[in-house]
Design a protein around this ligand. Structure first.
Ligand code: SAM
Length: 211
C-alpha cells in the first residue's frame, strides 16, 4: 500500500487503511476467511475447530444450554408451539441437536415420540454418555454431517433449532438439499430461529447484537 502525499502514517485514516490492508492480505495469503480464523489461528470452520478442541466444544455446548434459560428461548415454547401429539409415535430427527436437550424435553412431554439427535462425532460421543436412562430407548444419537445426505429416511419431522443462523445462504441451501432424498410425502421440516426485525428499525446496538 502506498501513502498519498501529505498523508502521515499516524493519521487515523491511514491507520485504518493499513490495518484493513493487513487483514485483507492475511485473508488472501492464508485462505483465512473470518474473524474466528484470525483470532484462533486456524483455517478450519468454527465447528471444525471445536471438533479438535474438546474443551472449547464443551464450553460451546454449555453456552447453548445456558441460552435456554433466557426467558424468550425456553424449551417450553417448542413444546407448546406445535401439536407434537398429532405425530403419534412418529420419528423426529433433531439435526445439529447437540446434546439433545430440546429433544429430551419434547420426549418427556410426548412419551410416544422417538428422536434421533444428529451432530458432529465428538459432540455425539459425549452426548451418548449423558442421556438419562429413562429416555435412552426413545432418544438416540447419531454422528452425521448435515452437509451430506440425510441417512435417516422417512422421518416425520426434521427439526433444526438454532442452526441456519450460523451459515450463509449458500450453506443453508446445501444443508436443506441434503434432506431431499430422505423426505417422504408429508414430512415436515421445522426451524426454531429468531425472526429479525427489518433493518434500521432498532437502536444500533440492539440491531448489531441481533445480527
Ligand atoms: C448453535 S448450536 C445449536 C445446538 C442445538 N440445536 C440447540 O438448540 O441447542 C449448532 C450445532 O450445530 C452443530 N453442527 C455444526 N456443524 C455441523 C455439521 N456439519 N453437521 C452436524 N452438526 C453440526 C454444532 O456442533 C452445534 O451443536
Amino acid at each position: 500500500m502506498r501513502l498519498k502525499s501529505g498523508q502521515s502514517p499516524k493519521s487515523p485514516s491511514t491507520r485504518y487503511m493499513l490495518s484493513l490492508h493487513v487483514v485483507t492480505k492475511a485473508v488472501l495469503l492464508t485462505g483465512f476467511t473470518q474473524g474466528f480464523n484470525l483470532a484462533n489461528n486456524t483455517s478450519k470452520t468454527m465447528f471444525g475447530f471445536f471438533e479438535e478442541n474438546p474443551v472449547r466444544m464443551n464450553r460451546f455446548k454449555d453456552a447453548m444450554s445456558f441460552l435456554q434459560t433466557f426467558p424468550g428461548l425456553k424449551n417450553s415454547y417448542v413444546l407448546e408451539g406445535f401439536d407434537w401429539a398429532s405425530l403419534g409415535n412418529g420419528l423426529v430427527v433433531d439435526v445439529g441437536g447437540s446434546h439433545g436437550l430440546v429433544s429430551m424435553d419434547i420426549a418427556r412431554g410426548f412419551p410416544s415420540l422417538r428422536f434421533v439427535v444428529q451432530d458432529l462425532p465428538q459432540v455425539i460421543e459425549d452426548a451418548k454418555m449423558k442421556v438419562p436412562a429413562e429416555l435412552a430407548d426413545r432418544v438416540t444419537f447419531m454422528a452425521h454431517d448435515m452437509f451430506t445426505e440425510q441417512p435417516v429416511k422417512d422421518a416425520d419431522v426434521y427439526y433444526f433449532r438454532w442452526i441456519l443462523h450460523d451459515w450463509s445462504d449458500k450453506y443453508c441451501v446445501k444443508i436443506l438439499k441434503s434432506l431431499i432424498p430422505a423426505l417422504k410425502p408429508g414430512a415436515r421440516i421445522m426451524f426454531s430461529e429468531r425472526c429479525l426485525e427489518p433493518p434500521c428499525t432498532l437502536p444500533l446496538r440492539q440491531e448489531k447484537w441481533n445480527r
